[in-house]
Design a protein around this ligand. Structure first.
Ligand SMILES: [Zn+2]
Length: 127
């Protein structure tokens, strides 16, 4: 999906995509309850507040769940990564050694044009 299409439906996510292009992972932060969340929404899913800002995430987390997509032309790993800030992000784990992508493994964010994307997407690499 092209970025302009994403922004047509989710204009509130624009700061995230701009930061991703420069290799920064931003998380929405609620000024009302102080919690971060993922994915970007127009309001906070914890308290329904609208006082959202953005903050830089540390970019590290722990694999909560993962699966290897073996039947793909080029096998890849899909994982739920629990960021150190708390939110869980559905993402890809990029590694030549699939054994490093098990539950509990520590990972660090990187940004890559994967799957024919016209924009950089956050992916994670084992630390
Ligand atoms: Zn909130």
């Amino acid at each position: 999906m092209k970025l302009e299409t994403v922004l047509a439906f989710h204009p509130h996510s624009k700061p995230f995509w701009e930061a991703a292009e420069s290799g920064r992972l931003l998380l929405p932060l609620c000024g009302d309850c102080g919690k971060s969340h993922w994915y970007p929404r127009p309001f906070c899913p914890h308290c329904h507040g609208f006082g959202l800002t953005w903050k830089d995430a540390a970019g590290e987390g722990t694999i909560y769940a993962s699966t290897l997509m073996r039947r793909a032309k080029e096998p890849y790993i899909v994982a739920a990564v629990e960021l150190d800030e708390g939110p869980v992000m559905l993402t890809n784990i990029v590694t030549p050694d699939f054994s490093q992508a098990g539950i509990g493994a520590r990972v660090k964010v990187g940004f890559d044009y994967i799957g024919g994307s016209d924009r950089k997407l956050p992916v994670f690499h084992p630390i």
